[in-house]
Design a protein around this ligand. Structure first.
Ligand code: C5J
Length: 222
């Protein structure tokens, strides 16, 4: 049965749970905890921590409803063969990707910092997509996974709103997915960038997709 989320912006968003997946973007220790990549870039990581309970509630709701829950992690192979110099050398972080930090090598698969925070740990059945880019479709099997399951709509959460979340949502939109971003289940190190991203996603008649609060989704999904 279709769920009609009448309070979504910029206009009601309808989805069929049987054809919908939740994609939780990069809720990793490296972005959310002190000592990780986000902090080495000079960011206040406590800004991202406020969404953790809402993301946990969203994941729990989707698990209860039996929809596919997918987690992504931005990270690189230990030999860094999937890390372009343009990404490694950008900016002046105190630690670069691949350097040894307090949570192991920064943004490297298998290291502590690359793991999803324990509060949002995937179950053994849930797919975890490691991605070398900002978008979750680039150089991953996400598209094949969704096609294999007949998924046409995505509910999206995670960090950071204007970087990996927005890039993934734009990639998904171009691939024909109907996307709903949960406003209080995404966050940025920069409040103005989050606000601008929400606006640009739903501008011009949902040119990239829809947004709604978690409570609105929950109320609509009986
Ligand atoms: C960033 C991300 N911000 N997950 N990554 O570098 O948004």
């Amino acid at each position: 049965m279709m769920v009609d989320l009448e309070t979504a912006l910029p206009y009601p968003f309808a989805f069929d749970p049987a054809k919908t997946a939740l994609v939780v973007i990069d809720m990793q220790r490296d972005f959310i905890e002190a000592g990780g990549f986000g902090e080495t870039l000079g960011n206040n990581v406590s800004r991202l921590q406020v969404i953790v309970p809402t993301v946990a509630d969203l994941i729990a709701l989707c698990r209860t409803k039996g929809i596919d829950v997918i987690h992504t992690r931005e990270c690189h192979l230990p030999d860094l063969s999937d890390l372009p110099a343009a990404k490694r050398d950008r900016g002046v972080p105190s630690l670069r990707i691949g350097d040894a930090g307090p949570m192991g090598r920064v943004l490297v698969a298998g290291e502590e910092g690359a793991n999803i925070i324990p509060q949002l740990a995937p179950t053994a059945q849930e797919r975890v997509i490691d991605k070398p880019g900002k978008g979750a479709f680039y150089a991953t099997r996400l598209g094949d996974h969704l096609a294999g399951k007949g998924i046409t709509s995505l509910i999206i959460a995670g960090v950071t709103t204007e970087v990996c979340v927005q890039t993934t949502m734009r990639e998904a939109n171009d691939r024909g997915f109907e996307c709903l971003l949960i406003e209080d289940a995404t966050e940025s190190y920069f409040p103005a960038f989050k606000a601008a991203t929400l606006e640009m996603i739903r501008a011009q008649g949902a040119i990239v997709g829809w947004t709604a609060l978690f409570s609105q989704l929950k109320d609509a999904w009986h």
